[in-house]
Ligand binder design. Structure first.
Ligand code: GLU
Length: 277
């Protein structure tokens, strides 16, 4: 049997911190004698910087990790995302949406009664659902018609190998919990969900390793994999590294940046010990 293929997929929007170190070390450990890949998730060009990307390579090398070159960059994958989007559009599963966040909030009649919130924020109330794709222009995002997509895909399940949710999972009612998710953000040509699914398949990833905060998004990914005829990999959602107050580390939390620990003279072994990897 071929070895497992995992990946670490950071966005170069800031320094890697201890949480990223744990994620990367977990991806390399899970790969065993298979292959751990690095992917640069830089679709949001306004937030990504070449110097952060250079720092990512440097920090990972310093941690003792190696990966096959060339590294995949999402900024170079526009054609692949467009092809996937076209395929979903040809299946009649997409529509253009011009709603702003404020429009969406305003369209929800009684927000005080508890607004359904999914992995992408407020569940879209469906205002633009009747619009045809022929109507799509530069001011539009493209959404997935979740009701139709679920009817088309049938029952969905995935295998989780992470400690918190280990086992097989049936994907629940995504129309209620996620709604009509965005497949292409206005001006981006894709969204996180579409890009990650297309790229994991293109890279032959057999186990998606990432933080537990993305567990809830997995159903959306499995749905897209099924609709696009792509293999459904295993998923491994690992615990999140938190600060002393129990808060999850953010990119702007420079105090936990690997570069900072390096400058203070810590070793890769110290970093492993700090995160328990
Ligand atoms: N690019 C995402 C991040 O920076 C990770 C996405 C994933 O692993 O699916 O956190």
């Amino acid at each position: 049997m071929a070895g497992r293929v995992t990946r670490f997929a950071p966005s170069p929007t800031g320094p890697l911190h201890l949480g990223h170190a744990f994620s990367a070390l977990t991806a390399w450990r899970r790969a065993g004698d298979g292959t751990a890949l690095l992917r640069i998730e830089d679709i949001d060009r306004s937030r990504c910087r070449p110097e952060w990307e250079a720092q990512i390579f440097d920090d990972l090398h310093w941690l003792g990790l190696a990966w096959p070159e060339p590294v995949m960059r999402q900024s170079a994958r526009g054609a692949a995302y467009r092809a996937a989007l076209d395929r979903l559009a040809a299946m009649g599963l997409t529509y253009p949406c011009r709603c702003t966040r404020a429009d969406i909030r305003a369209a929800i009649s009684a927000p005080q009664e508890g607004v359904p919130v999914g992995p992408d924020g407020i569940v879209y109330p469906g205002t633009c659902r009747g619009r045809p794709m022929a109507d799509a222009g530069p001011a539009d995002a493209i959404r997935l018609d979740m009701g139709k997509a679920l009817a088309c895909a049938g029952a969905l399940r995935f295998h989780e190998t992470g400690p918190a949710h280990e086992g097989w999972h049936l994907v629940g009612d995504l129309a209620a919990t996620a709604g009509d998710v965005v497949l292409a953000r206005r001006g981006f040509g894709t969204s996180y969900h579409l890009a990650v699914v297309v790229d994991d398949a293109a890279q032959g990833v057999t186990e998606v390793v990432r933080g537990e905060d993305l567990f809830e998004a997995t159903g959306i990914h499995v749905l897209l994999q099924r609709l696009l005829g792509l293999p459904v990999p295993d998923f491994h959602h690992h615990r999140l590294i938190r600060d002393a107050a129990g808060k999850r580390l953010a990119k702007r939390d420079d105090s936990k940046a690997i570069a900072k620990y390096r400058s203070e003279g810590l070793t890769p072994t110290d970093i492993r010990a700090l995160v328990g990897a």
